[in-house]
Design a protein around this ligand. Structure first.
Ligand SMILES: *Cc1c(COP(=O)(O)O)cnc(C)c1O
Length: 575
């Protein structure tokens, strides 16, 4: 009761702050107990909010409540994925607020309420996150169901959810008492209907001019998708049915595309600052959207969240103050070899114990352990390392053993993604009698498992098909724990890779698009001639690489640096 009073008091304080930034995201991962995220986008949003709280940036998070989460993954003996709802109780994690607003969906009035979660920074600053919820008895079954699943249902379901997020979000902030919001930040196109609501609000002058320039001034857009297929698009027929005529359709079409209601297009046309999430991604996006200037702010991760217990203790001793100033991780170069190695081995033992409790593969803490965890979808190519299975087996039997640990969920409708999981589990079974190589696929990848993996493996593998990886952040988590990456030169790794110093590249930087055979060959060659010899025979060289991961990459690829770039390039000083 007292805690709730305190929270409501802090909430009032947040409303009164100056220079408020409203940050809208379809998914936000504020806490591992609140499963309203599917992957990178939601984890990034959560890390952005955590760093903003640490830095005292007056951000406000807006997202949707999903009572059945994204999905709980079960894998059967055959490697088939089964999806179960991820049930949780909002009452236990969030505080319900009395404010109510309405939005119109298919001409029905839909009532929306919100729940609050307060993210606390290291120095006591707060960032409130509001979860919008339509699961109220006043609403129809369909409208209530909008608060069940993240990325569930069809286009109609998705567009209706985006009305709640974009239009409902702006109205809810007003209803809660927020005034003078300096900027609205759309984290990916899902939220871009917010700009239409602002446009509508701008139209209350006598001469009925839509003040596009005024809306643009207030909006910031971050794109996360380097391929057109990944963008949210709806037919205008569906839009008319679901959205109704919130603004004249000729105006809407001039902003969101003639053929389809393209949420990315809409956000591009109504934002004054637009950015991609890595240098390379900005260049790719600039080619896709030639009429707009695409800036670049490379993603990061929230250092205190993703650094494991043993490295955190080590940094506390050698780099006091690193939590509020992760740039100081630069000084990791002074930490002695044995201290780095011991901290790593303790994190690794936890992972190995975890695997050995769940499976009977009997993983060993002295064997080179390679991790790969991400969304199971075709372009991420989790199976590139099995391109020539016999070659991999030969390398492992000559150079030392290898353990591979995989994790990742496939979207329920992504059949190729599900087949990818099956292929890995097949390979795992086929190799189960070999001594030199072991493979395990762990179920239900989420934030907690992500942390165990990025604290516990020796090498972080990433093999996306170029140029489809916008940024990637899991390799940054590994770097914070002294774990080198071994990756295709795409996304953040173009910036983070210093060959043989922070990890290794796979394939040539010169190829703009992936050539599978060349990349597989490069992978095997480096594994055999550089990585395995360094791990097994040149321990102090390996530890030196670990230290450079921290000093060079963790000190830069964190959300403190990223949020400060948003503040100076997009929020405060942009035109
Ligand atoms: C960090 C994280 C991601 C994003 O990592 P990528 O490298 O972009 O795949 C996705 N899912 C979970 C659970 C994570 O912790």
């Amino acid at each position: 009761m007292e805690a709730k009073q305190g929270l409501l008091y802090e909430h009032e304080e947040c409303i009164r702050r100056e220079n408020k930034i409203a940050y809208f995201s379809m998914e936000i991962c504020v806490d591992s107990k609140i499963p309203t995220y599917s992957g990178g986008l939601g984890v990034l949003a959560g890390d952005t909010i955590r760093s903003s709280a640490d830095l005292g940036v007056p951000l406000i998070g807006i997202t949707l409540l999903y009572k059945k989460g994204y999905l709980r993954q079960k894998l059967d003996e055959q490697g088939l994925q089964h999806e179960l709802p991820e049930e949780w109780n909002p009452q236990e994690e969030l505080v319900q607020l009395p404010a109510r607003i309405q939005v119109e969906i298919e001409k029905r009035k839909v009532v929306v309420q919100s729940w609050i979660y307060m993210v606390k920074g290291v120095d006591g600053s707060n960032v409130p996150v509001y979860f919008l919820d339509t699961d109220l008895p006043e609403n129809s079954e369909f409208d209530r169901s909008l608060s069940y699943y993240l990325y569930g249902g069809d286009d109609r379901y998705r567009l209706a959810q985006e009305i709640v997020l974009g239009i409902g979000g702006v109205r809810m902030l007003k209803e809660l008492g927020y005034q003078d919001i300096l900027r609205y930040h759309m984290n990916e196109g899902h939220a871009s209907l917010l700009a239409l609501e602002l446009l509508n609000n701008s139209n209350n002058t006598q001469n009925h001019q839509w003040d596009i320039e005024q809306v643009k001034k207030r909006c910031v857009f971050t794109t996360h998708t380097p391929v057109p297929a990944g963008m949210d698009q709806f037919s205008y027929q569906l839009a008319e049915q679901v959205l109704g005529d919130i603004i004249p359709y000729d105006l809407l079409k001039s902003l969101a595309g003639e053929e389809k209601l393209n949420m990315t297009q809409l956000a591009l046309n109504l934002s004054h600052y637009i950015n991609g999430v890595a240098k390379k991604h900005s260049i790719v996006s600039q080619e896709m959207f030639p009429g707009h200037h695409i800036g670049s702010i490379t993603n990061g991760i929230h250092s205190p969240t993703w650094i494991g217990q043993y490295f955190a203790e080590l940094y506390d001793r050698y780099i006091p103050g690193w939590k509020s100033d992760p740039f100081s991780l630069r000084y990791a170069l002074n930490i002695p070899d044995d201290e780095v190695w011991n901290a790593h081995q303790k994190g690794k033992e936890e992972l190995i114990d975890y695997i050995n409790r769940l499976t009977n593969y009997e993983f060993n803490k002295d064997v080179l352990t390679i991790g790969f965890a991400r969304r199971a979808t075709a372009y991420k190519r989790a199976d590139l390392i099995f391109y020539d299975l016999n070659r991999l087996i030969d390398i492992a039997s000559i150079k030392g053993q290898i353990q591979l640990v995989f994790a990742g969920k496939a979207h329920p409708k992504d059949t190729p993604g599900k087949e990818l999981i099956q292929r890995i589990i097949d390979a795992s079974r086929n190799l189960s009698l070999k001594k030199s190589i072991k493979i395990v696929y762990l179920e239900n990848y989420n934030m907690d498992l992500g942390k165990i993996l990025t604290c516990g493996v020796d090498l972080w593998l990433n093999t996306p098909r170029k140029p489809q990886e916008a940024s990637g952040t899991s390799g940054m988590k590994a770097a914070h724990n002294g774990i080198p990456s071994f990756s295709i030169l795409d996304g953040w790794w173009v910036e983070g890779c210093i060959e043989g110093i922070t990890g290794w590249s796979i394939g040539s930087a010169a190829n703009l698009e992936s050539i599978e055979e060349e990349e597989a060959d490069s992978l095997y060659q480096k594994l055999e001639t550089e990585i395995m010899p360094a791990y097994y025979d040149k321990r102090s060289l390996w530890i030196n690489i670990m230290r450079h991961c921290i000093a060079i990459n963790a000190s830069f690829f964190n959300t403190h640096r990223m949020v400060l770039q948003y503040v100076s390039n997009a929020y405060l000083y942009s035109k």
